[in-house]
Write a protein that binds this ligand. Structure first.
Ligand code: GLN
Length: 498
């Protein structure tokens, strides 16, 4: 048998059911790897190994007594943006370095109720602002494919932990690409659902109208397993929406059962030239185009579509996201949560120094930009205008979907870059150019691995779906993965035994 951490979630479930291994053995295997190898990656901020081992034992007993919940006893870990009761929840920030949440995020409870076992909390860019995990107060995260390179961000710890074989699955959040871009940089599959599909209750807010939680795994099928318990209406989140509840894994099985030798017959994939413009690395383009040819070979039709100029989308996002962030982050005032400065002179000094010392430079930059955009004299010129353009972006997507079922693009313009490249903020923002439109329009989107560059770095293909069509995205990626093996490649660290 191959090493446990090379098994898919489906194989892990089968292994538990057939008593090939116990949940305790699985959990011990992953914890051993984390203990031996995470010093090279820095993917975890907090370990919950002792609780996890106790939960694994309990899961084995429940299984022996006939509990047949599918995910019972399967290990995973959470991005540190999700509140976990009794466990440190930092959001990657000094501001919350001592915040032990008094309650669980809805998705944390849902995943626990499905029987899964959390091994801890994963590193991330501070307050989810960033694209390479370099803004974390807890240090940079190394990409398990090449330790000199970044894992992507802001869910860099989540992606790195899965790619290193420390957990089979991880939760993540996506405000402008933070699930898809790290999936792309780390050779994983990651899905960002439709806005409103997953409760945001207990997910620390960055930009509330854009934030959405989702799952990361090696394959679309892995992502489907973890996404299933996350979805559903939550009365505690006013933006969560009541909608039909699909069964993602059954949908995949059904799609495979119905697929002939042309599984994509009838599927129209929209390709926009706007997504293949200047700034796109030639090797990334090559792998993405090769994947599109494979889709065609398997029966899909490629159609040309037009979407909003990505530069306009980028500017709109970097106006609205900081505006919402500046409002959301005003609650961190040194009084109610987390960090408080030493010996404040008076109330203003308490606010000012707590925020200056507790927030890192990227977060402060966003708060400044956002506050400016929302200030009385500039509100109409910037914020209102950006909201109007957001409407146009949504309309452009709707028009494009008149002639196609999904839209394909590279997930990011480049593969993982070196930490030593030390990108300035503006250059880093450019890396989000293909992912952020999806959040502005509230659409679901998946990134899947489609090859390696000549330096052996993973490349991701993004598929964007219509609202509520996560299942279509998962099945489209899954059927592709039935005919290709890009998702089965292992990172340098995943190849190491301990
Ligand atoms: N890189 C983008 C930003 O910094 C997206 C982050 C995210 O999706 N959380 O805003």
């Amino acid at each position: 048998m191959s090493e446990i951490h090379h098994l898919s979630t489906q194989q892990l479930i089968a292994g538990l059911q057939n008593k090939q291994f116990s949940s305790l053995e699985l959990t011990e295997h992953y914890i051993k790897r984390i203990d031996a190898l995470d010093s090279k990656i820095n993917s975890f901020i907090t370990h919950t190994s002792q609780t996890a081992l106790a939960q694994a034992k309990a899961a084995d007993e429940m299984r022996a007594q006939g509990d047949n919940r599918m995910l019972l006893g399967i290990p995973m870990a959470h991005k540190d943006i999700f509140c976990t009761q009794g466990v440190l929840t930092t959001c990657g920030s000094k501001m919350l370095h001592n915040f032990v949440s008094p309650y669980n995020a809805t998705i944390v409870s849902n995943i626990e109720n499905a029987g899964m076992i959390s091994l801890g909390k994963l590193n991330m860019d501070e307050f989810a602002m960033g694209s390479d995990n370099s803004s974390s107060y807890y240090g940079t995260v190394q990409n398990p494919w090449d330790l000199e390179r970044v894992p992507g961000g802001s869910s860099g710890g989540s992606a790195a932990a899965v790619a290193a074989g420390f957990v089979p699955l991880a939760t993540a959040s996506d405000t402008g690409g933070s699930i898809r871009q790290p999936a792309s940089f780390c050779g994983l599959t990651g899905i960002k659902p439709t806005y409103g599909r997953v409760s945001r209750f207990g997910m620390i807010a960055y930009a509330s109208s854009l934030d959405q939680a989702g799952s990361l795994g090696h394959s679309a099928r892995d992502c489907a397993y973890l996404l299933q318990p996350m979805i559903g209406h939550d009365p505690r989140d006013a933006t969560s929406i009541k909608h039909d509840m699909p069964d993602y894994v059954s949908d995949l099985d059904e799609a495979v059962a119905n697929a002939g030798d042309k599984p994509f017959a009838g599927l129209r994939i929209g390709v926009a030239k706007e997504y293949f413009g200047a700034g796109l690395d030639s090797e990334v383009e090559k792998s993405v185009r090769a994947a599109l040819s494979k889709y065609e070979e398997l029966g899909a039709t490629i159609v040309e579509v037009t979407i909003t100029d990505p530069e306009i989308t980028l500017a709109t996002y970097y106006m609205l996201a900081p505006a919402e962030a500046s409002s959301n982050l005003s609650r961190f005032d040194g009084v109610r949560f987390g960090y408080r400065c030493e010996d404040p002179k008076d109330l203003i000094d308490l606010y000012t120094r707590s925020r200056s010392e507790g927030f890192g430079p990227e977060v402060q930059r966003r708060i400044l930009m956002g506050t400016y955009a929302l200030s009385a004299g500039y509100f109409d010129a910037y914020y209102t205008k950006a909201q109007k353009i957001r409407r146009i972006i949504i309309k452009d997507f709707e028009d494009a979907f008149e002639s196609c079922d999904v839209i394909a693009s590279p997930t990011a313009p480049t593969a993982a870059y070196k930490l030593s490249d030390d990108l300035d903020s503006a250059t880093m923002y450019l890396g989000d150019v293909y992912t952020i439109g999806v959040n502005l329009a509230g659409l679901p989107s998946i990134s899947q691995p489609v090859g390696l560059t000549s330096e052996g770095l993973p490349v991701g293909l993004q598929l964007i779906g219509k609202h509520w069509e996560e299942s279509k995205l998962l099945t489209t990626a899954h059927l592709f993965q039935q005919h290709t093996d890009h998702h089965l490649q292992h990172s340098l660290i995943a190849k190491q035994s301990v």
